[in-house]
Ligand binder design. Sequence first.
Ligand code: TXA
Ligand code: MG
Length: 320
Amino acid sequence: MSLVKANSESIQQAAEIIKRGGLVAFPTETVYGLGADGLNPIAVAKIFEVKKRPSFNPLILHIADKDSLEKFSPIKNEKIDLLIEKFWPGPLTLVLPKTEIVPDIVTSGNPTVAVRMPNHPIALQLIESCGTPIAAPSANKFGHLSPTEAKHVEKYLGDKVDMILDGGKSSIGVESTIIQFHENEFYLLRPGGLSKEEIENEIGKIKTGKIDINKPTAPGQLPFHYSPQTPLKFFNKKFLDKNKKIGALFFKENKIDFPFVDVKLLSMAGDLREAAANLFSHLHELEKSNLDLILVEPVEEKGLGRAIMDRLRKAANKLK
Ligand code: TXA
Ligand code: MG
């Protein structure tokens, strides 16, 4: 039985679990989160495995003090400072440019990271005790309602997490409001526990439409779904052209006799969790090699393999 009443002892145990790369469901004022060490890519991959999402989705990093934001985002902006001053801790998530230390699997390869400081003493004590930001989506399986009580988490994820910290009902009961700061404007990405009006009272009008992707912007700055800029295809002999600079992404070993310019393996051990943890960072590195084409080996579509294939297909479909 992994459900325990939160007290200083169980919170300490939960922190140890997180530090060792395990999963802990914990209460916040919005909904319960399914938490892992946000700086440990393998631990974060476990979150996707347990949620059974057929695709990757960027995760929110939960922090316990306002000052630690600077470790995860380099941005300095007066309006952001105002928002933090006024609404943290609380149900407001900020999507900002990320620093190097944020693993690509946390942001699904995006150059931005979502950060929030929850307004819940148990969550804050847990994050503080771990000494690491906690990456956490809502603690439900894909397609189910977000949990606002420990027993909801237990029902759906009871046997999949190392511990569920019971901190009673979430007082707000809906997810945090998410806004993104992009080229000096704020965009509402998800309405939630903090109203748009309250935000606008502090910083003026924010935009609700999609971020204008036609506006020229820095490469890779387009919101939400990262996909490599270099053409990417699934392996097929017909693509093996020696006049082209071709890179390859294999699952566990290089099976093809061809002078690839760059070769990356997702997991030498053939482990899907490790493969997921490496996926976005390997794609980024292949992209940096200035290739004409990236060829990828399909992985088996079971467990995390589904989300990996979803991401690879999206990247392959981008360029017809
Ligand atoms: O209240 C909440 O926000 C809860 C508690 C646990 O903190 N968490 C939560 O997480 O709702 P999740 O993963 O269920 O929803 C987070 C949303 C996702 O829709 C994701 O796409 C978006 O945040 N998101 C995260 N990082 C993003 C990014 N870099 N750019 C755009 N959207 C992002
Ligand atoms: Mg969710």
